[in-house]
Design a binder for this molecule. Structure first.
Ligand code: HH2
Length: 268
């Protein structure tokens, strides 16, 4: 179970390494389409301290074109089968059929950025060790227009709590969906308001790595320049009690989570 690891290492947050097997992801698109390159990347992330690898075959960046289930499976299944022995693997998908096939070849966790829009996903989640439910609105094609909230922190939390009731996995994680149908200001507000999500009692994942709200805040158009901002977000998420961080830069994030755990454990 993912929870055993979470609680067994001095309270530090888990580091989830991102492996996008896509031609068009916003930060690493096109780099790991080849199975051997993807496996080498996974090995490297594990050696740098990743606790769990998140494999995705469909980019969800704003405006990304949808990918059909066959193509998504063709991208992710060989990679998942090849790395399932290395570390716990999640499949980052909105499609129940892809999730089911990924579980069959060795994935243990479903990471669903639509928090189970697919009506078959709750049933499939019964076969997983855990499911991550992330908040978004609309689709990657429409989400940038769907940013009207009265109170983004409360609305995101309440939506995720409603979806969590349907999940059948033994463990359910919540994720506020930084950057998904959120302005930069709303993404910052969600990080600031993270204790509200943590207070639900569900383990919380945060994916802030290299995202555009960091670029907007610091004036950095190139995602490759956003590591310091990503680490600041990681530290803020740890302070608020997040239990997992989904990141591109495993080694430096692992240092952040260990440092934050050491500070939290220090005697005043
Ligand atoms: N963000 C992305 C994808 N999946 N899953 C969770 N649980 N939380 C997130 O914040 C999250 C996610 C988007 O980032 P990335 O995978 O790097 O890019 P792309 O969607 O372009 O593949």
């Amino acid at each position: 179970m993912v929870r055993d690891q979470t609680e067994g290492k001095g309270g530090r947050a888990l580091v989830v390494g991102i492996l996008n097997v896509t031609p068009d992801s916003f930060s690493d698109g096109g780099r790991y389409l080849d199975v051997d390159a993807a496996v080498a990347r996974a090995r490297r992330m594990v050696s740098e301290g990743a606790d769990w690898i998140d494999v995705g075959g469909e980019s969800t960046r704003p405006g990304a074109p949808p990918v059909d289930a066959e193509e998504e499976c063709r991208r992710v299944l060989p990679v998942i089968a090849a790395i399932a022995e290395l570390a716990p693997v999640s499949v980052d998908t909105r499609k129940a059929v892809v999730a089911a096939r990924a579980l069959a070849v060795g994935a243990r966790i479903i990471n669903d950025v639509s928090a189970m829009d697919d009506p078959e996903m709750p049933a499939v989640s019964a076969d997983a060790d855990a499911i991550v439910l992330m908040h978004m609105r609309g689709t990657p094609a429409t989400m940038t227009r769907l940013t009207d909230y009265d109170d983004v922190v409360t609305e995101v939390r309440d939506h995720l709590l409603r979806r969590a009731e349907r999940a059948r996995a033994p463990q359910v994680w919540l994720d506020p969906g930084i950057g998904f149908a959120k302005t930069a200001a709303q993404s910052l507000a969600l990080l600031r308001g993270l204790p509200d999500l943590v207070a639900t009692g569900y383990p919380v994942m945060v994916g802030a790595s290299r995202k555009s709200f960091i670029g907007a805040t610091l004036g950095l158009p190139d995602p490759a320049d956003r590591l310091p901002g990503s680490l600041a977000a990681a530290a803020a998420a740890c302070m608020a009690g997040a239990r997992a961080l989904r990141v591109h830069d495993v080694r430096p994030t692992r240092q952040v989570v260990e440092m934050m755990a050491a500070i939290a454990a220090a005697r005043p």
